[in-house]
Structures are given as C-alpha cells and as structure tokens.
Design a protein around this ligand. Structure first.
Ligand SMILES: [Zn+2]
Length: 236
C-alpha cells in the first residue's frame, strides 16, 4: 500500500473512531496534512461515521478544494487555519464530545485526574459559541490553541492537534475519557473542585511521558480503538 493510501485509510478510520466512540454523531471531522505540503485530507460533509478513504477531499490552508468530489464540512476552517499556523501539526481532530462540552458549560477547567489525561494540563478554552465557518474564526481557534495539543471549545467541543493522525485521534478519545472522570469526580465531591486530587504539573509531565497520546503506548491504543470501531455498528 502506498503512503498516500495508508494515510487516507487512517484518516477515514479516525473519522469512524470518533463516531463509534461517541465523540461525535452526525458532525465532527478528522484531517491529516499531506506531508510536506500546505494541503490536507478531510472527509466530506456527512457524519464522520460514514467516512470513506476513497471519498476524501484535498483542501489547502486557504480553504480551496483541490481534489475530490462533494462538499467540504462547513467547519473545515478549523483544520485549514491550524495547519497554516502550526507547521509541526500533521493532523487535527474536531469533535463534539459531551463530557468535554459539559465541563466548559459548568465553568470548570479540565483537571488532570488520571494517567491518560496527563497530556492535557492547563488546556486553553475558545469561549465564543457557534460554528467555525470562516477563515477569521478558524484563525481565532488556532490562536486559542497556540502551541498546545488541544483546545476546549465552550458549548461546542474540542479540537486536538498532533504530529500524526493516530496520536490526534487517541488524544481526542483520552480527553473525553478524562472529561467523563472529571464530571464524575466533581459530582462525587459535591461539586467542590478543590476536593479533587488533580495531578501536579510534575506528575502530569511524568505520566504523559508514559501514557500520553504521543507516547509509544498510543500504538496499542490506536489498535484498540481501530479494532473496536471496525466491529461496532454505526451509531455505537
Ligand atoms: Zn464543531
């Protein structure tokens, strides 16, 4: 299989993973930069659960569709402008995971409370609600993301940005798992966030080296998510 086809396969699979694992339903999208270029593969405007490796579009960072048939997702600007701002980023996941959204809407930060959440200390928040359907708004999301690996988007979802599509996808799954734990702990603690024994910065750094989405362990995580996604029906 060519590198191009392997990347297309991973992008389509990543889209199906975020749908099968409940991070998105009819909406959400995963993209990957075509290495060494200002262009990227992204699924067409339909549920990520229906993504097809042979139906991906190629778009550039100015939002121009260069290849493929079909309409792009209206929020492709998130991807385009993150790639424009961050030459180190090779893949972007944008999803609407419910626990992450819930955290933003109760005004609680994401806390690092377990190993797999350790890569998400001090996450930035993009506060403006609504869809990202313009170059300007895409630039604002990229600015909120800064040099980080993820941004919480209030009342909307998340975007993750990593060097490769597998890490970006595993990261999105880890972040939602972490947000679910955050909500459960907050509830168990009567809503008092000060009772949560969040990891210190040093603990988070150490744990992230061992278990973070970019760590070697992500190969095993990708294998798991990909295998389960292949077996679960559309809609989970
Ligand atoms: Zn969205």
């Amino acid at each position: 299989m060519s590198n191009e086809q392997a990347l297309r396969r991973d992008v389509a699979l990543a889209n199906r993973i975020i749908e099968r694992f409940g991070l998105s339903n009819a909406f959400g999208h995963v993209s990957a930069r075509i290495p060494g270029t200002e262009t990227f593969y992204i699924s067409t405007r339909r549920s990520p659960g229906l993504a097809d490796e042979n139906g991906l579009l190629v778009i550039d960072t100015d939002g121009k569709v260069l290849f493929g048939e079909g309409t792009p997702n209206s929020e492709f600007w998130i991807h385009a402008r993150i790639y424009a701002a961050r030459p180190d980023v090779g893949a972007v996941v944008h999803a609407h995971p419910p626990a992450c959204i819930s955290l933003t809407q109760i005004g609680q930060p994401h806390r690092v409370v377990h190993n797999q959440g350790s890569g998400f200390a001090d996450l930035p928040e993009y506060e403006r609600i609504g869809l990202i359907r313009s170059r300007e708004l895409g630039d604002q999301v990229a600015k909120s993301l800064g040099g980080g690996v993820a941004v919480m988007m209030r009342g909307h979802g998340i975007s993750t940005a990593f060097a490769d599509v597998r890490s970006a996808t595993v990261a999105a799954c880890y972040l939602e798992e972490s947000a679910q734990l955050n909500l459960g702990m907050l509830a168990a603690a009567g809503g008092d966030g000060t009772r949560i024994r969040a990891f210190t910065s040093e603990e988070a750094r150490l744990a992230n080296e061992q278990t973070g989405p970019a760590a070697r362990a992500s190969g095993r995580a990708w294998e798991y998510y990909a295998t389960v996604a292949a077996q679960r029906p559309l809609g989970g």
